[in-house]
Write a protein that binds this ligand. Structure first.
Ligand code: PAF
Length: 286
């Protein structure tokens, strides 16, 4: 695996590879890699002849300074995992390299409604930051394929919209399934900050999502939502949202809706750690 820290060098390398007719599959990350990230690399390897991963903890997408400062960094271990996974290129830029004009002079994109609900509402400015960094990374890497994890459902929508806003019509955004621990907890870099007792109860979020999915057709959603909120609160979570939305546009739904692709989404904090997860809800007859 070749590691680049400078924009100029990685761009030159990619241009050379493209001349040799290699197609670029790109996996952007903030490091602290886990099996979820590696599954994206695996999918990229199956579809692209040059797989590029970036590790960059993007300061502009953290609305909480402490969350940024405490974001886990494990670069040596990440490199080892990427080498073992057969990743071809790692782009590991500094803040100065990514934002040479400063963090307040980066191109911004307007994601409209998506910025105002759920993660957008809970983390003001977060998606502006995601748009800035992914926009910049796409300018640098110019991939044919971009791989994202469904775990960040709303982020996937924002980045798909970004591809439209930037006119990257040929870019294929590939959304890959959420990878889970044996008890159902969605893999996340933040999980490593959980204490043992917090880790022991963290999978309740997934259990709630499963109950939202399975009670479709026999219990109104507001009843299921209350059960989930009560269960999580009793276990010590601070619930931010338990919600059901149209999976195509993230419009919030009051109840299960026939013939509509739906997604259940939950955000909750255990102690200092904020976890999010989601599950697609099939549109079975009710
Ligand atoms: O999901 C992430 O790790 C980040 O939000 C991303 C897409 C790499 C942008 O910094």
């Amino acid at each position: 695996m070749v590691i680049f820290k400078h924009v100029k060098d990685v761009k030159e390398y990619i241009a050379m590879q493209k001349k040799a007719a290699r197609t670029v599959g790109f996996v952007p990350t903030m490091g602290a890699l886990h099996e979820g990230h590696i599954s994206l690399i695996d999918t990229a390897k199956a579809e692209s002849s040059l797989v590029i991963c970036s590790i960059f903890v993007n300061p502009t997408q953290f609305n909480d300074k402490e969350d940024f400062e405490k974001y886990p960094v494990s670069t040596e271990q990440d490199i080892e995992m990427l080498v073992n996974a057969g990743c071809d290129v790692l782009f590991l830029p500094s803040v100065a390299e990514m934002y040479p004009g400063g963090t307040d002079k980066i191109k911004e994109y307007d994601f409209g409604y998506l910025e105002t609900v759920l993660e957008g509402a809970q983390r003001p400015g977060h998606f502006r930051g995601v748009g800035q960094v992914v926009g910049r990374l796409l300018e640098i890497v110019e991939p044919e394929y971009l791989y994202l994890g469904q775990k960040d459902f709303q982020q996937c929508m924002v980045i798909t919209r970004l591809a439209e806003l930037t006119g990257l019509r040929d870019l294929k955004v590939v959304i890959c399934p959420t990878m889970r621990e044996a008890d159902g907890l969605a893999m996340s870099s933040r999980n490593r900050r959980l204490t043992d007792p917090q880790r022991a109860i963290a999978a309740i979020i997934y259990q709630c999502l499963v109950s939202i999915e399975s009670k479709q057709g026999n219990t109104p959603f507001n009843v299921v939502r209350k059960e989930c909120e009560d269960l999580m609160t009793a276990k010590g979570f601070v619930v931010e949202y338990v919600t059901l939305a149209d999976a195509t546009n993230l419009k919030l739904l009051d109840n299960y809706k026939k013939d509509t692709p739906m997604v259940a989404l939950i955000a909750a904090k255990i102690g200092e750690i904020r976890l999010i997860d989601n599950l697609l809800v099939g549109s079975r007859e009710s």
